[in-house]
Each structure stands twice: as C-alpha cells, then as structure tokens.
Design a protein around this ligand. Sequence first.
Ligand code: SF4
Length: 299
Amino acid sequence: MKIYIVEESGFCFGVKRALNIIYGLNEKKQGIQIYGQLIHNSTTLDRLKAKGIDAIHSLDQLDPRKKLVIRTHGIRMDEEERLKKENIDYIDATCPLVKKLHQIIEKLHKKGAQIVIIGDKNHPEILAAKSYADNVTVIDSEAEAAAIEKTDHLDVLAQTTLDSDHFERIVSLLAAKAGKLEIHNTICNAAKVRQAAVKKLAPRVDFVVVLGGKNSSNTRKLYDIALNRNKNTFYIEKSSHLNDPAFIAGIKNFRSAAIAAGASTPPEEIEEATNILRNINLSIEKETNNGKRKRNSKH
Ligand code: SF4
C-alpha cells in the first residue's frame, strides 16, 4: 500500500511556539496553568496534564503561585486588560497570526468600520477576535451572508483556519452587499497549504485518514474537504483507533492512502498512524498469500 502524508500535516508554527513556551517554563520547574484548552488535541493535553499542567476556564480559577499561559486561540480583549490591571503573571502564547487578526480588527474598530468575520461563532478564536470591535457580525454560511443588509462599506476577515474556497464563496456574496468591500484574507498559510494539498491528494487515493481532535476546527475542515472528494474518508482521533477490526476490514482491498493531520496533531501520532497502516497492509498481504498457497496446494 502506498501511503502519502499530506503536506504541512501536524503541528503548525503557532502550536510549536506555544509548546516551546510551556516546556521551557516546565524545565525551570515553574508551575503553569493554561487559560482554556491550549490546543484541541487530547494526546497533547493528556501529556501536559501528566506534567501537572492543567487548564483553567475562568480567570476566577487562577492559582497565584502559577504562571498563566494564554492559549494559541487567544483571549478576549477585556480579559487581557484584566490580566494587566491586576498584575497577573502571564505569558501570551496566542499565535502571532491570531494576534494579527486582533490587531486588524482593533484598527478597523478605531476607524468606525462595519466588520464581518467569516468563521465559527462559537470557536474560542472568534469569541476572542470579535471582542476587539463593537460593530462585528460573524457569519459562516451563504444564507447568513445573504441576510447581511446592504451598506456603503464592509470589511471582511476570516477565521485563520477557514477553508479558502468557502471564504471566497462568501466574499463573492458579500460583494453585492456593500458599495465598497475591503477583503482581509486572514487565513493562515499553514492552513491554506494543508487544505490545498488535501484537495489535490484526496481524489487520487483509495482512502484518506484525517487524524486529530474531533473538537479541532482546522482538523474538521480537513475532514470535510477530504470527504467531499473521497467518500472513503475516516476521521480518527488517535492513531491507535486504526487498529479497530471494522476499519481494517473496510480497507482490505485498498492500495493507496493519504494521511492528513490537523495543526494540533503531534508528529508521533502521524508516525504511529503510518506504521499501523503499514502493519495492517503487511498482515493483509500475508493473509492473501496464505490463502493463495492453500488454494494451490489443493491442486
Ligand atoms: S493554524 Fe495557523 S493561525 Fe492557527 S495556531 Fe497554527 S499557525 Fe497559528
């Protein structure tokens, strides 16, 4: 079986940067608490937990003996202001590309702009980003774009992990809603490259394994993109789940696979998934050859 790994699969630079900050503090024996889920991947979060690094979900849960690390998705502006005002000891591990999104929104707010963000309104990144301005509407569908009222000027931005095609589709609808539409394509490059690679590879292989947290927005987008192009697409949270007999039976006749992983999937998970698929393939080949030998010996 040929196994292809989708380009830019696994930890992106924002996640690596956040983990480096945390592991650096941990080596110095610094007590750490993370504000929110650092990333949406249970393998990584379990590893951090094993080191005594846990998440808090409200600033009221702060332990003053520990250093607070802000998650990659960022926090709301009022929360950051509170940290500064109360002299809370914290390090900001928000991805610089997410920070850039905040800065653009803040600047537009100062100009009095009417802002539309395309993305998931319940995702922590968007909850934080929209706090940087008052006049913000978050939309994620063509129907929501159609419901936007006509106006003179609109500024449109994207969740950093949005599918580029989805962004362009909605932007083209918004063009009819504003005399002037200013487009700020804030989709991160790692997400763009990974999604483009999945679009290209998914139709060319027998099946696709998308590896990553079920609550990871960028992994789910990869899954949707792959599934649209290859019906034999499997969303697997942990590589060990590939050992499931039903999955093995399902891929028995397949000869090529692509593994795509979200930005929060650790490299070891991708390596393990590759090894498991290779081993499954070896056992299938062995079984097939044994079957042939048995049939031949009957003649
Ligand atoms: S996916 Fe992109 S925006 Fe999100 S953390 Fe990674 S590098 Fe930053």
